[in-house]
Design a protein around this ligand. Structure first.
Ligand code: PMP
Length: 308
């Protein structure tokens, strides 16, 4: 285990030591990758001794929608998952910013078409926010094509899909990049391996549409709201051509774990001035306020958990 998973996890409503959290080796989760998951940020607030969960409701709703799309029959509800997530955090001594993982998977050895045997597991790892000093990334366009919606829909955050992302990550690292940008089978810009992309061009903010084989990212949605309120601009959601990226004034990607990371070159071509742009910096600071619960209170993005 390279990241220090917190000591206690939750398996099907039982708090267990992480060493005792097991999945059957011949389960459909293992054999066929039938597992959907979410990654949710909890931001530690030392002053109030609270953990601020960011958009936990949207994450859990997406998880349950993904179960429906994957035809995984579940006998637990949103309220059950929410309560178990809180129980998991309370079972550990949390005093830092964390990344909470929740997986729903088929735990039995069944025929490939089975919908039965849904189980869940919840745990978390420490993951400091990088919003005070976001990394500036040099990325490359991947030769690995993004999965297509009518094959393995990227809209569904299914574990099996991530074989596609992994291949692109490995290729990017081998080519000396900080990460890949994946293209759709039609050659349009899709997304990163754990993030969605925004570009500034002629002063306008543009992001690949939800029909560009992306995960419908919650951070992307957050930024669409922030851009509307802070810049008075409606984000243009459309197909984006690969070579449009090279001429962008600014570029960044976003996701719950990545938060917002400026992209300063693509395929060795500098973007704008070659540094994080002003609009990107403004959005980083607005997003930081949002996740700290200091702004956008009316959006109800934050769930406060009082810590022991
Ligand atoms: N795309 C992919 C492929 C991802 O795995 C993620 C991370 N969940 C994102 C985009 C960003 O999504 P979100 O903002 O909902 O975390």
């Amino acid at each position: 285990m390279s990241l220090p998973t917190a000591a206690y996890m939750n398996q099907n409503g039982n708090i267990v030591r992480k060493e005792d959290c097991h999945v059957f080796a011949f389960s459909n989760a293992m054999k066929y990758g039938v597992s959907v998951f979410e990654g949710i940020r909890g931001y530690f607030n030392a002053t109030n001794n609270q953990l601020l969960l960011f958009r936990v409701e949207e994450h859990l709703q997406r998880l349950l929608l993904n179960c429906r799309i994957m035809k995984i029959d579940v006998d637990f509800s949103y309220d059950d998952l929410f309560q178990e997530l809180i129980n998991t955090l309370n079972a550990n001594e949390v005093h830092e910013t964390v990344h909470i993982r929740i997986l729903v998977y088929l735990g039995d050895d069944e025929a490939i078409g089975s919908r039965r045997g849904a189980e869940f597991v919840i745990g978390f790892v420490p993951m400091p926010s990088k919003l005070d000093m976001p990394c500036e990334l040099k990325v490359g366009i991947s030769t690995i094509m993004r999965l297509a919606d009518n094959a393995m829909p990227p809209r569904v955050k299914c574990a099996a899909n991530y074989v596609n992302n992994r291949a692109a990550e490995i290729e990017a690292a081998e080519r000396g990049f900080d990460g890949p940008v994946m293209l759709t089978s039609q050659g349009y810009v899709s997304e990163g391996t754990g993030s969605c992309i925004f570009m500034k061009k002629s002063g306008k903010l543009i992001t690949p549409s939800v029909t560009s084989d992306i995960l419908e990212s919650i951070t992307r949605d957050t930024l669409i709201t922030i851009i509307q309120s802070r810049l008075g601009q409606k984000v243009d959601e459309r197909f984006v051509g690969r070579t449009e990226l090279y001429g962008a004034e600014e570029l960044f990607w976003c996701g719950s774990a990545h938060e917002i990371e400026p992209i300063v070159s693509v395929d060795g071509i500098a973007i704008g001035s070659g540094d994080a742009g002003d609009t990107t910096k403004l959005l980083v600071s607005a997003y930081r306020k949002a996740v700290q619960g200091l702004d956008y209170q009316s959006e109800n993005w934050i769930t406060q958990l009082n810590l022991k």
